[in-house]
Design a protein around this ligand. Sequence first.
Ligand code: PEP
Length: 253
Amino acid sequence: MRLPIIAGNWKMYKTIEETIEFVTSLRGLLKDVPDDKVEIVICPPFVNLQAAASVIKGSNIKLGAQNLFPKQEGAYTGEVSPLMLRSVGCSYVIIGHSERREYFKETNEFINEKVKVAIEYGITPIMCVGEKLEEREKGLTFDVVKDHVVNGLKGISKDKVQHVVIAYEPVWAIGTGKTATPQQAEEVQKYIRKLLSEMYDEQTAQTIRIQYGGSVKPENIKELMACENIDGALVGGASLKADSFEQIVKFYK
Ligand code: PEP
């Protein structure tokens, strides 16, 4: 049985003051969520990680970052290392989000380096994959997803890949209010699992968690989570409000 994982990607939102207020309220709202029902992760911007870490201490909420630079330390102005993320208390890191692929020209090769380094430092990577609208319209969805998965996981062994979470995020559904239907999401997520079984083996593929991301909200989480190959959600906009994130986390109720 794969433990569902709901992660909130805050993107570039919230100041430190807002973070403390928001996470304090979230901690209270989510305190009764059992660990064996769902894993809860919040991914604030770098500068808010420490504030969030102190508020969630001893709770059922885990901390994630939105990116890392794949070196322990060095002359890389403006970057943040996995060692720093670990020391602030991050156990997750989002890698290869479509906004980073698009605006910061991140390639599969660079994403692969980051995934490997995250694993090396004991931080679970949430590796994002997914097609753009024009790629879907040209019938290229599976090709694009295959390219992202195969190259993003290049050189990662069977025992290590089990620590990776994959987030299928069709780019056309991110921040647009346009969610993939459960059928559309399940079709691709099933394909990803099949791909993983070919790259590794069936047993390994069955252990890897695959989230769906793209305009997830309280109104659609239940039907998405009812799909066999959807093991959680990566949530952007709806993770910024305590009540909507609470309802998403409590999808099982
Ligand atoms: C995301 O940021 O990964 C995301 C899926 O955003 P949204 O939920 O706002 O579409």
